[in-house]
Design a protein around this ligand. Structure first.
Ligand code: BES
Ligand code: MN
Ligand code: MN
Length: 462
């Protein structure tokens, strides 16, 4: 792989410039206002794939944003790596909290990234990490070191639930035939503590609406006499956790797979500092389900969180009013073997049952997805592990993550394929938050590590 590694060294500046250009297009999939930009980003990704020598690059239209697909066949007898990533990004809001405009990438040094990091929406999630694969494959192709076949499938709707990708995968089982799926859309523990993600949580996302009286009321004339939907919603939400921070929805934990003491002991070996964790978030203490550590609460345990809550008067000054309606968006992170459809139903039934007679309760399901765990005794995992060891000089630790990539469970169900989650971001990179960034160290180390995965996977497949 020396040719590829030299190629990477010689082209670092260009690789950075190209990523920065990609980050300039605001491909926010959640907001239709950016529709043109999302399409333009798909075009740019396709252009890059063509320019590095990927054959048959297509922009596959869907009911939503297109999927960019391409493949390079070296020899049909060799294994095939299917790379998945996403070119869409989260909304940049709240824009005021960014120190530089979200779609004008700049390099800035931070405590954790002394050599600099690229600040822009999507820098880490997932344009930067997706683009590492494009550049790594470029390096292998240009130096005649691509050891196996490669397919790219880059979507534009990950941040809104990947519904159309799910359909695409089901309709293209033959086209997507591969031996392993490779994804960089997760993180690692620290720049000197590389880790490989071995699990993702599932998701059930719902919106709730509590309706009281048929119109907004004067809070003096009616206050104390009718159910105030906002008061009621707050109570209903508060009741979803008990004093041990267990979730109170009947049946919620029924299918949760509990880890063995051995597995928990193994998990506890990964470095974690309570003090640093609190310091980084400027909190006096953590909070979560009794009986579990912070890393466990954030990965192997299911959770329920309000993501947004609104209703009534929120403008300047004071308005004395009892609102007719109150709303909230609630997410539940799931673990194996919880079924998102079933959990959504359990939530709906329970939430509707706890509303008092004076209100009507409506629950509307949004997207969801199943959790996924990947084995650490597969050749895919070994290939990744050896690749990290080569470039980082230390062994990577297997770590289950709390985030969700719902398509990963579908890859296994529909294509029968395991996914290797080689993430290079850090939790402190502020994905989905203002000032998202991606370390230059992480970007380049990712590009350098990926070719070794291809080499190891091809050799181990023999
Ligand atoms: N890349 C993230 C998921 C992620 C980040 C997993 C870090 C592990 C570590 C992905 O883009 C994402 O944000 N997923 C959403 C779910 C989706 C259905 C909107 C999430 O986890 O909230
Ligand atoms: Mn992502
Ligand atoms: Mn994301």
């Amino acid at each position: 792989m020396t040719g590829s590694q030299n190629f990477i060294k010689e082209n670092k500046e260009r690789f950075l410039k190209e990523l920065m250009d990609l980050l300039r297009i605001p491909s926010v999939s959640a907001d239709p206002h950016f529709s043109k930009d999302v399409h333009a980003t798909a075009e740019l990704v396709a252009t890059h794939l063509r320019s590095i020598g990927i054959d048959q690059v297509e922009i596959c239209e869907t009911k939503g944003y297109p999927i960019v697909y391409g493949e390079k066949v070296v020899d049909t007898k060799l294994p095939t790596v299917l790379v998945y990533g996403h070119y869409d990004v989260q909304p940049a809001d709240p824009i005021d909290l960014w120190t530089s405009p979200p779609f004008e990438p700049v390099i800035q040094k931070t405590e954790i990234h002394p050599e600099g990091a690229i600040f822009a929406r999507g820098a880490c999630d997932d344009k930067g990490q997706m683009f590492m694969h494009v550049k790594a494959v470029e390096a292998m192709i240009k130096s005649n070191e691509l050891p196996c076949n490669v397919k790219f499938m880059i979507e534009g709707e990950e941040e809104v639930g990947s519904e159309n990708l799910g359909i695409f995968v089901k309709e293209n089982v033959e086209k997507l035939k591969a031996d392993i799926i490779l994804v960089s859309d997760t993180g690692m523990l620290a720049n000197d503590v590389p880790s490989i993600t071995t699990g993702l949580r599932g998701l059930s996302y719902v919106e709730v609406e509590v309706t009281g009286p048929n119109r907004d009321l004067h809070s003096g004339l009616y206050g104390g006499c009718v159910a105030n939907p906002i008061n009621i919603l707050a109570k209903m939400i508060a009741s979803l956790h008990d004093e041990n921070n267990h979730i109170t929805i009947p049946g919620f934990y029924d299918k949760v797979v509990e880890l063995s003491d051995e597995e928990r002991a193994e998990m506890a070996k990964a470095p974690f500092s309570h003090a640093n964790y609190c310091k980084a978030l400027d909190i006096a203490d953590v909070m979560g389900e009794n009986g579990y550590s912070t890393p466990e609460r954030g990965s192997i345990r299911p959770t329920l969180d309000v993501n947004g809550i609104w209703g009534g008067y929120t403008g300047e000054g004071a308005k004395t009013v009892i609102a007719s309606k109150a709303y909230a968006k609630i997410s539940m992170r799931l673990v194996p073997d919880q079924d998102p459809v079933e959990i959504t139903e359990l939530f709906q039934k329970h939430f509707e049952s706890i509303g008092p007679a004076g209100v009507k309760v409506k629950v509307t399901p949004h997207h969801g997805g199943e959790a996924a765990v990947t084995p650490i005794d597969s050749i895919g995992y070994k290939a990744a592990s050896l690749a990290y060891e080569k470039t980082f000089g230390v062994k990577a630790i297997p770590v289950r993550s709390g985030g969700s990539i719902p398509i990963v469970a579908m890859f296994e169900k529909v294509l029968g394929l395991k996914t290797i989650l080689m993430g290079f971001g850090l939790d402190s990179d502020a994905i989905h938050s203002p000032n998202e960034h991606f370390g230059l160290f992480n970007y380049y180390r990712g590009i350098e590590t990926i070719p070794y995965f291809y080499k190891n996977f091809t050799e181990l497949s023999k």
